[in-house]
Design a protein around this ligand. Structure first.
Ligand SMILES: [Zn+2]
Length: 381
């Protein structure tokens, strides 16, 4: 039995060296590394399970301590966004380097640094008798559409109320994020009829019909803005992509739009969808040639752990910072749906996420580890 003496920044560096770019993911080797890491800790009450859900894709779930409802769920994703153009990096993205108190590499901030800090905090208590258990989950596919965590839940590996509270170690500069908006992306296709552009009267111009709809969408955005959430402002939506037409002298028969929506808790993706359908059918009364199909491509729920929730209060006390909201989405709502109130709290700045020369301050890795340790001490010991 050898004593594990790897430091948090060293563990983070080891995790960065697995190129888990999403797409395609390839998280299995990284998950297997963490599996072996937990195995080597030789914790008395410890259940370790790799959850493979697709070729070379796996989550890891580890349950430590007594059976029954765990005190804490610690979670982080092990996939990363693509490194992009190698010329934009001073040193290779998957060859982590430490320079001037920072750890560089793809995923340093988002979020292999956070994963390492969560693991090291658990390791600190490996020989202690816990009153309440800890669940650790390394997820795959967060940068896609949470497909790893969704598969894990679908396969019954995590159930309703499995833990009292959840922490996701995404980069928040060690601030407590208790809420963020939900999101949805819709693809809207306008169908018309092609004709020679010298005789537009013989065709139905799918682009022009789409344009009418886009103007209505701006009106819908203004209406949605009338409802303000005290934490998160209002729901917004925007047309972000439009494509259509095949040739300069052909009346276009098809046009596709992408509409991106960010919703406050009062508005579900189903609600937004029904507003879009309603808008289309009202417009059709004025514009009988309008033919639209509306498809939801992807959506996620908002996170809304209450400001005065005891767990939010405890995290505020430990970090010495008031809780906040975030503009981006996380896996938090999937845990929230399982009745596990969750906050986002981790090392690194989200501005460092998804850019070349990504880094995390090593000092923040150590601070994060201490915060997670304090949470374990307060809730699980
Ligand atoms: Zn992330």
């Amino acid at each position: 039995m050898c004593e594990n003496v790897v430091k948090v920044e060293e563990l983070a560096a080891l995790l960065i060296s697995f190129p888990t770019e999403m797409p395609p993911g390839n998280e299995e080797e990284c998950a297997a590394y963490l599996k072996d890491y937990f195995h080597d800790l030789d914790i008395e009450k410890c259940e370790i399970e790799m959850h493979r859900f697709a070729e070379k894709r796996a989550n890891l779930i580890v349950r430590i301590g007594p059976l029954g409802r765990a005190g804490l769920l610690f979670s982080g994703h092990i996939d990363v966004v693509p490194a992009g153009d190698p010329n934009m990096w001073d040193t290779p993205a998957f060859e982590p380097r430490i320079r001037e108190g920072r750890l560089y590499g793809r995923g340093a901030a988002d979020m292999k640094g956070g994963v390492a800090a969560l693991v090291k905090a658990i390791e600190t208590f490996k020989d202690k008798e816990l009153k309440r258990g800890i669940i650790f989950i390394a997820t795959a596919g967060e940068e896609k559409d949470f497909d790893g965590l969704k598969a894990l839940i679908r396969d019954g590996k995590l159930r309703d109320g499995d833990a009292l509270y959840g922490v996701i170690g995404e980069p928040t500069e060690l601030r407590v994020v208790r809420a963020h908006k939900g999101g949805a992306i819709f693809k809207i296709t306008s169908r018309g009829r092609s004709a020679h552009s010298s005789r537009p009267d013989l065709g139905i111009n799918a682009i022009e019909n789409a344009a009418h709809f886009i103007v209505e969408l701006i009106g819908l955005r203004e209406k949605l803005g009338e409802l303000q959430d005290p934490d998160l402002g209002s729901s917004v939506l925007s047309t972000t992509i439009i494509e259509g037409g095949i040739k300069e002298n052909v009346i276009p028969e098809s046009c596709q739009m992408i509409v991106d929506c960010r919703m406050i808790p009062a508005h579900s993706s189903e609600y937004i969808r029904s507003r879009l359908e309603e808008l289309a059918s009202r417009l059709r009364e004025k514009l009988p040639t309008l033919h639209l199909t509306i498809t939801e491509i992807f959506s996620y729920d908002p996170l809304n752990t209450p400001r005065d929730h005891p767990f939010v209060k405890l995290c505020e006390e430990i970090t010495g910072q008031a809780s906040e909201t975030a503009p981006y989405g996380t896996e938090g709502p999937l845990y929230q749906k399982l009745d596990i109130p969750t906050v986002i709290l981790g090392p690194g700045n989200v501005k460092q996420a998804h850019i070349p020369n990504e880094y995390v301050e090593i000092k923040q890795l150590h601070q994060a580890q201490s915060i997670y340790e304090e949470l374990i001490r307060r809730i699980c010991l």
